[in-house]
Design a protein around this ligand. Structure first.
Ligand code: BDP
Length: 720
């Protein structure tokens, strides 16, 4: 007896330790629902919510109820019952006027008008002697989104005693793009393998699919493209469609629609046709039939994302047809069921252009007005390719008759990949806030994307996902902040980077400001640090060949000049930078006049874009008073310094973070510091061969030779 009691105690002790050790591995993302530590707040919340009443039954309302119950029970540290009718005084009431008589009795019709199909109201009200905290919406999914909002208020310890919140998304399609292959590798994925376990589907529904859907719903993401833009036609065959259907079924309660990438040559590869010409009747019929078939598996299938005639992918131009011909063929196929086509503008042909940055604009602008109503043209944030900093893409504002969808990259292909702490909300905000001057001052990219500038009802925003099978979802613990902030900005692009960092940190780590304040500072400076130690002052495309990990400013002589680094930086004895003014490629001309004038002028261009648009002499005087060469040296060095400061800040916070995540981030920051130094040293030594100037005395000098850095050749880098 004594022995078994001891054993039991030992076991309990181990489990407790085990739970502590395993508890914070990042799996729970920002949905941890730990008990509110502040006693006064806790008391207030407990008084406000004694039970949950979600009237109505649908899978989505059930999901909302489950989330509220789990979330509130955790946050309030006591079980909160859920009932169909109130039995207490303080009720959390959630539902729609259609699902709930109690909500109906509150007469919210007027207030709910602005909520639309996905928005919601959060209110505090009293009726019949009962005090209600209300989550009301026109639709079940609105109730779900509102429930997550309410939980967020408690997670971040906001006052909920007099709620009066109305929220609706500014953009309609808020979509993740997974570059996931059917063999489960992920193109440019740094967080393990693809979440989609195709082999075990449809039989096995992994809990991760549901947690993935929950996480998306919690930030308002309502669509997911399951497959890589470099598409495989097999996903369109019945063998895979049944698996796609299983995923769609798992996601549906969370308002998450499924989309697929359409390989343009699918009619040939899996349809047995001789051509994929979009004007060929047989091809058109094939896509119609194929799409109808997809809808039998997934009745609410969202539609297609297409990469065509880009980087070797097949497309309409193979048959002398335009992008509009290709997009419209697919648009006609999905239209009967309300589907959409997201047609990518990331194109560049096999012939080498004079300036790759100009190509998407040149190809797409003439097509404005030629696309069907259910086509969105999906444009990367900048004109080259997801670089640490690019000016906004000149197509934004230039195609008023076509809804343009924004494409951001959450996976950090060009921002340090899996080992780098890069909070990207400042990048998203910088682009969305840029003024295109398409209709005079104030025509921001955000207004193009949210449809208000040209009154487009169809709107969309996409993020190339950074999610994989790693236990913490994104590889780097802080990668989660990009999934989070992308979703929140897709819903409301007016939110600030700072607010989103604040929310995410509080929910993911702790509300303790001694932790939140310094770590927010880390987040907010992280992207600029990367720009500084990789590609300062408008430099771009300096990364290593193919896998893109690490520096490669010396990359030249590849089969396409515009895949090399030297094509972009153009360093020579005189200076450095790509002349995109009238004397060069004249890419500036693609912007509206005030922007073109600013970018085109050496005096007016912001220094952060200087070498993007100008070839500038090494001794050019910068705003700081330094020469360009010295400024470059300073920028590269300051990037490294910032990472070192981040390390110091983090080290001081050990007491405030669980051990597992503390050590994780510490080790990742140490890797990042090495990589930052590698970038700085490589780039400065290489550019020095042109500038022939020395690195300022006061700055740290590279401790290896250029040959050493050029000889580094990391093997099996993930993501290719
Ligand atoms: C590039 C990536 C490549 C993608 C391509 C795209 O290196 O893997 O396929 O973008 O967006 O940046 O299509």
């Amino acid at each position: 007896m004594y022995k078994s009691v001891c054993l039991l105690l030992l076991l309990l002790a181990f489990t407790a330790v085990g739970q502590k050790l395993l508890a914070e591995d990042g799996y729970r993302l920002w949905l941890r629902y730990e008990q509110v530590p502040d006693a006064a707040r806790l008391q207030a919340y407990r008084q406000a919510v004694q039970e949950i009443v979600v009237q109505g039954n649908s899978p989505t309302l059930a999901a909302a109820q489950k989330e509220l119950q789990a979330g509130l029970s955790g946050l309030l540290g006591q079980p909160i019952p859920a009932r169909q009718a109130p039995s207490q005084q303080r009720i959390l009431l959630a539902g729609t006027p259609a699902s709930s008589t109690l909500i109906k009795e509150l007469n919210l019709t007027e207030k709910l008008k602005a909520a639309g199909d996905e928005g919601y109201l959060l209110l505090t009200t009293t009726q019949g002697g009962q005090k209600y905290t209300v989550v009301a919406a026109n639709t079940d999914v609105g109730v779900l989104y509102g429930s997550f909002h309410l939980l967020r208020l408690l997670q971040t310890q906001e006052d909920i005693s007099t709620l009066s919140v109305a929220s609706a998304p500014k953009i309609k399609h808020r979509v993740l793009n997974h570059w996931d292959n059917l063999d489960r590798t992920v193109e440019r994925g740094y967080a393990g393998f693809s979440l989609w376990d195709w082999h075990r589907l449809p039989g096995y529904i992994d809990q991760r699919y549901l947690d993935y859907a929950r996480a998306n719903a919690s930030v308002g993401i309502n669509g997911t493209v399951l497959t890589n833009v470099n598409a495989n036609a097999l996903v369109l065959t019945p063998e895979y469609l049944v698996k796609v259907a299983a995923l769609a079924d798992a996601f549906r309660p969370y308002g998450l629609k499924v989309y697929l990438t359409a390989r343009f040559s699918a009619p040939i590869e899996i349809g047995g046709l001789k051509t994929a010409d979009p004007l060929d009747e047989q091809v058109r019929a094939w896509w119609k039939q194929k799409t109808a078939e997809i809808y039998t598996y997934v009745p609410d299938f969202g539609g297609f994302l297409v990469k065509a005639n880009s980087e070797g992918q097949p497309g309409p131009q193979n048959y002398g047809r335009s992008h509009a011909d290709g997009a419209n063929m697919l648009a006609d196929a999905v239209a009967p069921k309300g589907g959409i086509v997201m047609w990518r503008a990331f194109v560049y042909s096999n012939e080498e252009p004079q300036d790759r940055a100009k190509q998407a604009y040149n190809e797409f602008k003439p097509l404005d007005g030629q696309f069907r109503d259910n086509v969105l043209v999906q444009v990367k944030n900048g004109p080259v390719d997801f670089q640490p900093r690019e000016p906004f893409h000149p197509l934004f504002g230039a195609m008023p008759k076509t809804p343009l969808m924004m494409e951001f990259q959450l996976t950090q292909e060009y921002l340090g990949q899996g080992t780098t702490l890069a909070y990207l909300a400042p990048l998203f905000k910088e682009v969305l806030g840029a003024d295109t001057y398409a209709k005079g001052k104030g025509a921001t990219v955000a207004k193009v994307v949210d449809g208000t500038l040209d009154r487009h009802p169809l709107t969309g925003i996409a993020g190339v996902a950074n999610i994989g099978t790693e236990r913490n979802w994104t590889g780097h613990q802080f990668g989660q902040a990009n999934w989070y902030s992308f979703g929140r900005l897709a819903w409301d692009h007016t939110l600030s980077s700072e607010k989103l960092a604040d929310e995410w940190l509080k929910m993911t780590f702790t509300n303790n400001n001694t932790f939140v304040a310094p770590v927010k500072n880390i987040l907010l400076h992280s992207r600029e640090a990367i720009v500084n130690y990789m590609t300062p002052l408008g430099l771009h495309h300096l990364m290593a060949w193919d896998h893109h990990y690490g520096p490669g400013p010396w990359v030249n002589n590849k089969h396409r000049a515009d895949w090399t680094a030297v094509y972009y930086h153009r360093a020579d004895g005189e200076g450095i930078g790509f002349d995109r003014t009238k004397t060069g490629s004249n890419a500036v001309e693609q912007y509206f006049a005030p922007v073109a004038r600013q970018f085109g002028s050496l005096k007016k261009v912001p220094e952060s874009y200087l070498l993007w648009f100008h070839h500038v002499g090494w001794d050019y005087k910068m705003n700081s008073g330094r020469t360009l060469w010295n400024e470059l040296c300073y920028k590269y060095s300051s990037g490294v310094d910032t990472v070192r400061q981040m390390q110091q800040t983090w080290d001081n916070l050990q007491e405030l973070v669980d051990e597992e995540r503390f050590q994780h981030v510490k080790m990742f920051l140490a890797m990042q510091e090495k990589e930052a130094t590698w970038w700085r040293n490589s780039c400065l030594l290489y550019f020095q061969t042109f500038s022939k100037r020395s690195i300022p005395q006061e700055l740290e000098k590279p401790d290896k030779t250029l040959e050493y850095y050029m000889g580094l050749d990391p093997k099996f880098v993930p993501g290719i």
